[in-house]
Design a binder for this molecule. Sequence first.
Ligand SMILES: Nc1ncnc2c1ncn2[C@@H]1O[C@H](COP(=O)(O)OP(=O)(O)OP(=O)(O)O)[C@@H](O)[C@H]1O
Ligand SMILES: [Mg+2]
Length: 265
Amino acid sequence: MLNIHHIAKTFNPGAITEKVALVDVELHLAPGDFVTVIGGNGAGKSTTLNAVAGTFLVDKGFIEIDGVDVTRLPEHKRAKYLGRVFQDPMTGTAASMSIEENLALALRRGQRRSPLRWGVTKAEKDSFREALSTLELGLENRMTSKVGLLSGGQRQALTLLMATLRKPRLLLLDEHTAALDPKTAAKVLGLTRKLIRDNHLTAMMVTHNMKDALQYGNRTIMMHEGRIILDIGADAKERLKVDDLLQMFEQASGSGLNNDRMLLG
Ligand SMILES: Nc1ncnc2c1ncn2[C@@H]1O[C@H](COP(=O)(O)OP(=O)(O)OP(=O)(O)O)[C@@H](O)[C@H]1O
Ligand SMILES: [Mg+2]
């Protein structure tokens, strides 16, 4: 489903600000895989997701999504394969627009001409109402409210729904619950799992919470200095505790974990 074949990325090569972000990343996801991604600060987690999304082109290797070689495709041409949610609840939605307008925009993403010119149709409203009710946040009764009035958790839930509305081949989540309080984060994570299951999506989720990394998904990969140093399957995940994971990390990397948020979490 996703083939990342020996990719490498150095930012600002030759400059004093040169930064080797990805040394050699090799990863293959089967359809329906839900992989959680952990690792220290600067390990290359976000860069790996960005490489898949085409935020920049990689220096080496290739990337295939569902059999399509996207290595040289610019970001906007890959967008149709992907759903993305970032950490900041403010970035995924348009605050000054209503819930239904945001959903309509997500549905018509990539359409050439002013996508909201014809307004939101009755059929769309009905389908949005149904989709929103699955979130169990009561948003189906507030479809004309401005998104700016929603809480961070409600906004992330809506962003998730928008990102999965067109059933992308691959869902990329980069610490999308990190800015939420623990209770809201748990709710949004539960919702994430439900949307991935119901829509049979393949997903990568970066998290700094090792407990969440073990609890969610069927695989966990650990990154360190631009490489994947551990790839843990479903059976092992069920048995492992956070302490085991830390120990495995130290063994595989030969160093302690430098991610304070992970250690505190
Ligand atoms: N656009 C960029 N320009 C220059 N350097 C970058 C860029 N993006 C990432 N880097 C560098 O590449 C390295 C990997 O960064 P990345 O954001 O992938 O880390 P991460 O694993 O997501 O860490 P964190 O847990 O802090 O989010 C870091 O040293 C970072 O500073
Ligand atoms: Mg990151």
